[in-house]
Design a protein around this ligand. Structure first.
Ligand SMILES: NC(=O)C1=CN([C@@H]2O[C@H](COP(=O)(O)OP(=O)(O)OC[C@H]3O[C@@H](n4cnc5c(N)ncnc54)[C@H](OP(=O)(O)O)[C@@H]3O)[C@@H](O)[C@H]2O)C=CC1
Ligand SMILES: O=C(O)C1=N[C@H](C(=O)O)C[C@H](O)C1
Length: 270
């Protein structure tokens, strides 16, 4: 029998961190060996199983990833861009693998992640649900058939605590559509509208953002013509769908060579 993949959850006190702990403890072939929060967090020293409501695990939350990194094969990180970058630097130093769930990276931070992938194996995905990754494939098909002559708009809705907009998933949807149509998303994206905007340019891809209450995550891409429109929608109603996907990615990346992979690689959808 092979040894279980040893997982660290960074950001273990977050909305995603807690369900990641739950998912790891309920998944065969993986085991939780470290639970990380930032210095000054109120949960340092707390049993992470109790924090995540899965019962005592005898594993305490620490702010010192380096002190426990030799007991870890894969770090699952759903935190903030700066924290993720620091964890990647440590993983690179010790030859460890990562599953990156954090969104909201700027261009320089993305370049740093690509550089680290020369040395370590990482999965990075704006959305680890199987359904959203299927939607990415459906969007390719929709863009091929209708993208050239329709107005394309992407609408996303999330809970009031989300700090980045548009969501990483909405941006990925835009990238899939733009790539399929041979457009550059950096040039054709329109992020919200206000005032005298002028008429719509058909080559643009519009984004609209809703932040309200406890919405887990909803995304719709519209391909709108005169007389008909196609809408492709995904609605997440439980964060476990993201967590289970990320844990699946962690088990998968444990056996990969250095490089930057995404959830399409994990699901063999390419
Ligand atoms: N790819 C995907 O499928 C998904 C991605 N996400 C993304 O994951 C990220 C986290 O989301 P969510 O869980 O809702 O956010 P939360 O704010 O609930 O969780 C983030 C956690 O990270 C902690 N944190 C901050 N800095 C550090 C650090 N340096 N080291 C360790 N922990 C740190 C926070 O602590 P504190 O609260 O004390 O600041 C908090 O506990 C976001 O970028 C979100 O967009 C979310 C869902 C799915
Ligand atoms: O912050 C969230 O909650 C989510 N973030 C991801 C994103 O930015 O796309 C994925 C999911 O929609 C939930």
């Amino acid at each position: 029998m092979t040894n279980p993949v040893r997982i660290a959850v960074a950001g273990c006190n977050g909305r995603m961190g807690k369900v990641l702990v739950e998912s790891v403890t309920h998944t065969e072939g993986v085991t939780l060996t470290a639970a990380i929060e930032h210095a000054g967090s109120t949960v340092l020293g707390v049993d992470v199983g109790e924090l995540a409501n899965v019962g005592r695990l005898g594993l305490m939350v620490t702010d010192n990833l380096e002190a426990v990194i030799e007991q870890v094969d894969v770090i699952i990180d759903f935190t903030r861009p700066e924290a993720t970058l620091a964890n990647i630097a440590l993983a690179r130093q010790y030859g460890k693998r990562l599953v990156i769930g954090t969104t909201g990276f700027d261009e320089a931070q993305k370049a740093d992640i690509h550089a680290a992938a020369a040395d370590i194996a990482m999965v990075m995905a704006s959305n680890y649900s199987v359904g959203v990754n299927l939607v990415f494939k459906l969007l390719e098909q929709a863009a091929k058939v209708m993208g050239d002559y329709t107005d394309i708009e992407i609408v996303e809705a999330h809970h009031r605590h989300k700090v980045d907009a548009p969501s990483g998933t909405a941006l990925s949807m835009g990238e899939v559509i733009a790539d399929t149509l041979g457009r550059d998303l950096k040039k054709c994206a329109v992020y919200g509208r206000e005032g005298i905007t002028g008429e719509r340019d058909r080559d643009t891809i519009g984004f609209a953002t809703v932040r309200a209450g406890d919405i887990v995550g909803e995304h719709t891409a519209m391909f709108v013509d005169i007389g008909e429109r196609v809408e492709i929608t995904h609605k997440a109603s439980n964060r476990l769908t993201f967590a289970n996907g990320a844990v699946r990615a962690a088990a998968w990346i444990a056996a990969q060579q250095p490089g930057l992979y995404d959830m399409q690689d994990v699901l063999n959808l390419k």
